[in-house]
Unconditional design. Structure first.
Length: 288
């Protein structure tokens, strides 16, 4: 598949019209229509449903849209890196991370580095472990901040010094909100619980998830906090991610206290740009 044709496809998907897309990318409508028809013939799939006024994507079109965005993003990132002056310390660094207060280690390291190299730019994307592993393995990010264990055979790592404390977010008018600590096996049995979608069988180590009434899951905590705010349940999460001051929520830690390890990981044996290596070195100084 030609990257140019993929960009044409994304324009049509965005504008939901061949004529509008053609005007937006400055090509003739017949040329655009022919390119999309040839792409559909190449793939053997219909990508658009042609309506009377607008177009909509088929299931295959939706899948291609996601992949096309990733491919074009990776191509742009690769071109930028290759075109850069190898002797000049400048460029973009892409980091994926779960929601954590521990990101301060990364931002402090970047601040230190940018004082010497002001032409380095940092880009964060959020996601859980599944999202980050996919982005890392496909070259969409340079490194990732992950919780818990990971595949040590695939990734180098730096253990970050901050450990997030786990507990629950709940409404301030809930009877449990007066507690200083929450004992899961005593306080949360038969309560509606909302957990991270990556909770692998445990609420916390040693306390099995199947003993609780799980009513929902999340991958980013903010949306889950809205569920808690509306009284749907108790959200298991990390402290400091949701700022509860001025809201209807409160955070209460678990007892016994459980803090989650986090690591900065990056692929083994990959060729890195100089500015990425410098940031990793700076993070290592702070972490150790």
């Amino acid at each position: 598949m030609d990257l140019r044709v993929l960009s044409y496809f994304l324009a049509v998907a965005r504008e939901e019209s061949f004529s509008k897309a053609a005007a937006a990318i400055h090509v003739s409508q017949p040329t655009l229509s022919r390119q999309i028809a040839e792409l559909e013939a190449e793939l053997g799939k219909q990508l658009f449903v042609r309506g009377t006024r607008t177009l909509s994507l088929t299931a295959e079109g939706q899948f291609l849209k996601k992949r096309a965005q990733e491919l074009l993003s990776l191509a742009e990132k690769t071109e930028t890196e290759i075109r850069g002056d190898m002797d000049e310390i400048s460029g973009n660094i892409y980091i994926g991370a779960g929601e954590t207060y521990g990101i301060h280690t990364i931002t402090q390291a970047f601040r230190n580095l940018q004082e010497t190299y002001p032409d380095i730019y940092l880009h964060f994307s959020s996601g859980d472990g599944r999202d980050l592993a996919y982005q890392l393995d496909n070259g969409l990010i340079d490194m990732a901040v992950v919780f818990g264990d990971f595949d040590h055979s695939r990734y180098e790592s730096i253990e970050l010094p901050f450990r997030d404390r786990m507990g629950i977010y709940l409404r301030k008018d809930d009877p449990l909100a007066e507690r200083k600590q929450i004992f899961p096996e005593k306080d949360l049995i038969d309560k509606p619980i909302i957990v991270n979608r990556e909770s692998s069988g445990d609420l916390i180590p040693g306390i099995r998830l199947h003993r609780f009434r799980i009513i929902g899951t999340y991958n980013l905590l903010y949306n889950a906090s809205l569920m808690a705010e509306d009284g749907l349940g108790y959200v298991v999460g990390l402290e400091h991610i949701i700022h509860t001051e001025g809201t209807d929520l409160v955070f209460i830690p678990f007892a016994p206290e459980y803090r989650l390890k986090m690591h900065l990981i990056y692929k083994k044996f990959q060729v890195m740009q100089r500015h990425v290596i410098l940031l990793i070195d700076e993070i290592r100084k702070i972490a150790e």
